[in-house]
Design a protein around this ligand. Structure first.
Ligand code: ADP
Length: 270
């Protein structure tokens, strides 16, 4: 009997932007259903580009991205997007619109354009907005408030509620706490993990902070200069591996590692 395909798979994904920047180089890994997988790496390492290949915001890459065995292509993209919720570093909320409007906009992909334009959302959808906002820790009085009147942490709570509005089974969170202070960051990461677990959603979350990855991830894929340099449990990240993620280019030779602790990039280069 053949085993089912992994929930998410990246097969030799490489991306070169038109200006020649090689953002990803042969990235290959799989993610299990329900896993909270952190893509860890410094700024500019290719995390965002990797995440964006999944929902078609980055195109023209080599290799294949699959969700449950089905390749993400222009033909399958619409269906893939319907099952995906996106959370952004800068929240990407409409600042002048109400909290309720922003959350309900998470339904737009599944709602016909004319209904959406006329604001004709069902009673069921409206009830769901209220429930989701309560779940993410906002009060009924926030519903009609403009997003611009909320703190950064509250805005990201709205972003999380919006991402779950469509009952996604995949959440793509692109540096969801990079604009928040450390205490609020931990609250938001806890909330994201709890909501994802309760709904059995798989999470692909990019972060640049090692401590948050170690605290919240089931699995870490570390990336540096577009290459995967570690793939495994967060507790197995040694100082050697940590150094290889953040070390400047050309300094690899300074790192000595035990065979079993060798980061993938180093292992490949010997
Ligand atoms: P991260 O999310 O880890 O900060 P990115 O995926 O945003 O990294 O970027 C990876 C590399 O690709 C960086 O060198 C960045 O400057 C470059 N890059 C990203 N988007 C573009 C683009 N549209 N055109 C050219 N280069 C880009």
């Amino acid at each position: 009997m053949t085993s089912p395909p992994p929930f998410l798979s990246f097969e030799n994904v490489s991306k070169r932007f038109p200006d020649g920047t090689q953002a990803l180089q042969n990235a290959s890994f799989t993610v299990k259903a329900g896993e909270f997988c952190v893509i860890l790496g410094p700024s500019g390492s290719g995390k965002s580009t990797l995440l964006r290949t999944v929902n078609g915001l980055v195109t023209g890459y080599e290799g294949t991205v699959r969700i449950e065995g089905v390749a993400v292509t222009p033909h399958t993209l619409k269906t893939m997007r319907l099952r995906t919720g996106m959370i952004y570093q800068q929240f990407n909320l409409v600042q002048r619109a109400s909290v309720a409007h922003n959350v309900i906009s998470g339904m737009l992909a599944a709602t016909s354009t004319w209904r959406a334009m006329l604001g004709l959302f069902s009673e069921k959808d409206r009830t769901k907005v209220c429930e989701l906002l309560a779940t993410v820790g906002l009060q009924p009085e926030h519903l009609k408030r403009r997003v611009s009147q909320l703190s950064g942490g509250q805005q990201q709570r709205v972003g999380i509620a919006r991402a779950f509005m469509n009952d996604p089974d995949l959440i793509l969170a692109d540096e969801p706490v990079a604009s928040l202070d450390p205490k609020i960051s931990r609250d938001i990461m806890s909330l994201l993990r709890k909501e994802a677990r309760e709904r059995n959603a798989t999470v692909l979350c990019s972060l640049h902070q090692m401590d948050l990855a170690q605290e919240f991830a089931d699995r870490v894929i570390a990336i540096r200069q577009g290459r995967i340099v570690y793939d495994g449990h967060p507790s197995n990240i040694s100082r050697v591996i940590e150094a290889s993620i953040y070390v400047g280019a050309g300094e690899e030779h300074k790192i000595e590692a035990r065979e079993d602790q060798r980061p993938l990039a180093l292992a490949h280069s010997v």
